[in-house]
Write a protein of this length. Structure first.
Length: 433
């Protein structure tokens, strides 16, 4: 045990490596790894109509592998994060590359839907894609201080960059070689490309140096660990409300992201047009994610979340009347531009209202809730389609969940406003409970 600890310590970088050229090199590698590993999230969206046909399944049943993938993604993020804390981020990445390789090859050779879903949930979700998200974000945060926000925004953009790049690439190969051969090819590509990139991440980050965080114009308290009742709520209650908000906003978010390809097929435009819309949607999400970081520094996490939720609801409403090809491209772009900053806002809220010692666990919990929302919404939209024979009801269902998110965030923001007013010494109608 002593030898292991000594080896880990000797492999740790010094403080002079923070924001060094090597730190930026790691950031670039992390961005690439997240973009490659993100294929596991978006592959089901592209192949959904084909596996439904090949396996003779209903739309809701064919959506279940996506649900399994997102559940595995959420649980795996916690497990891989712990592995990274103990042994360094290189080990989750190595596991993830092999998980994606086995998962895609196995799913491509699956004889029926249950086996296909098993490979997606266990190997692609739990062991694969999860290793290329939360562990890389946490690792990046330890290599930057003054530019930490920019670095995290760049790193987390890899998730949406994957959504912009993988659907058209997959669609091209599926049309030429079939979805099974495409899946096998993706599995081989993940192993061949990710293993060499992982070697860049061998060095462990420098020892943590506390960085004071004082939100600007947000109404949130400076994070010193003294506020034991954020917004007058218990920490557990506040975290639970954030989880409810995370589930509800992502149930709404998943409707276009998971079903746009199938939706375009039903409208007679073909799956290729749907893949292009998904790519456009997530490319705009990259811009949204970067811009939201700049906005949240000025108005705070809660207001950024409320703004994103309102705009996401508007975009969902636009899907109801507009069904033409050009209008769907425009609405898809609008949806991506409006909702890309929602999920990062949750991490910022936790950072604003909880002490740093609790941030990791609480961020992981809330982000897992958002992934469970994506999983639930992906299946629910397919099930609603099966029950009604139309995606119109599925869009209405998404709008209803988005309204729940607005209610929770509005409640939290109202409490934050009352707290800020009370702190300024101004009278309030009711006391803070």
């Amino acid at each position: 045990m002593g030898n292991i600890r000594a080896a880990v310590k000797s492999n740790r970088a010094g403080p002079e490596m923070i924001e060094s050229p090597y730190a930026w090199l790691r950031l670039g590698v992390s961005l690439l790894l997240m973009t490659i590993g993100g294929c596991g999230m978006y592959s089901i969206t592209v192949v959904l109509p084909r596996i439904q046909q090949d396996f003779g399944a209903a739309r809701g049943d064919a959506s279940l592998p996506y649900t399994f993938t997102m559940i595995g993604f959420g649980i795996g993020g916690v497990l891989m994060g712990r592995l990274a804390d103990r042994a360094g981020v290189i080990w989750p990445v190595l596991v993830g590359s092999l998980g994606l390789g086995i998962g895609f090859v196995g799913a491509g050779l699956a004889p029926h839907l249950a086996v296909f879903g098993l490979f997606h949930g266990v190997f692609i979700g739990l062991l694969g894609t999860s290793a290329t998200f939360a562990p890389l974000v946490a690792d990046t945060s330890q290599w930057f201080d003054r530019r930490r926000g920019v670095a995290l925004a760049i790193c987390m953009s890899g998730n949406y960059a994957a959504g912009a790049l993988w659907p058209p690439v997959m669609q091209y190969f599926i049309e030429g070689y079939g979805w099974r051969a495409t899946y096998v090819g993706i599995g081989v590509f993940c192993v061949v490309s990710m293993l060499p990139l992982a070697l860049v991440l061998r060095k462990r980050p420098p020892e943590a140096v506390p960085v004071p965080v004082t939100p600007v114009h947000t109404g949130a308290p400076a994070v010193h660990g003294a506020d034991s009742r954020p917004l007058g709520l218990s920490p557990a209650a506040f975290t639970a409300l954030l989880c409810v908000a995370g589930v509800s906003c992502c149930v709404a978010m998943s409707m276009p992201q998971v079903h746009i390809v199938a939706y375009c097929g039903d409208l007679g435009f073909g799956p290729a047009r749907g893949a292009e819309m998904l790519s456009l949607m997530l490319a705009m999400g990259v811009l949204s994610r970067l811009a939201s970081g700049w906005i949240s520094d000025r108005i705070g996490g809660l207001r950024t979340l409320l703004l994103g939720s309102v705009l996401q609801g508007v975009a969902l409403l636009m899907f109801l009347p507009f069904k033409g090809l050009v209008s769907l491209y425009l609405v898809s772009a609008m949806f991506g531009l409006f909702q890309g900053g929602i999920v990062p806002a949750y991490a910022l809220i936790v950072r604003e209202y909880f002490p740093p010692a609790e941030a990791g666990a609480r961020v992981g919990t809330v982000l897992m809730a958002t992934l469970l929302g994506m999983a639930l919404g992906g299946w629910m939209s397919g099930a609603v389609f099966d029950w009604t024979g139309s995606y119109q009801a599925a869009f209405v269902n998404g709008i209803a969940w988005n309204l729940l998110n607005l209610a929770v965030v509005g409640f939290l923001l109202h409490r934050a406003t009352r707290l800020r007013t009370a702190a300024a010494g101004q009278p309030t109608v009711h006391g803070i409970s």
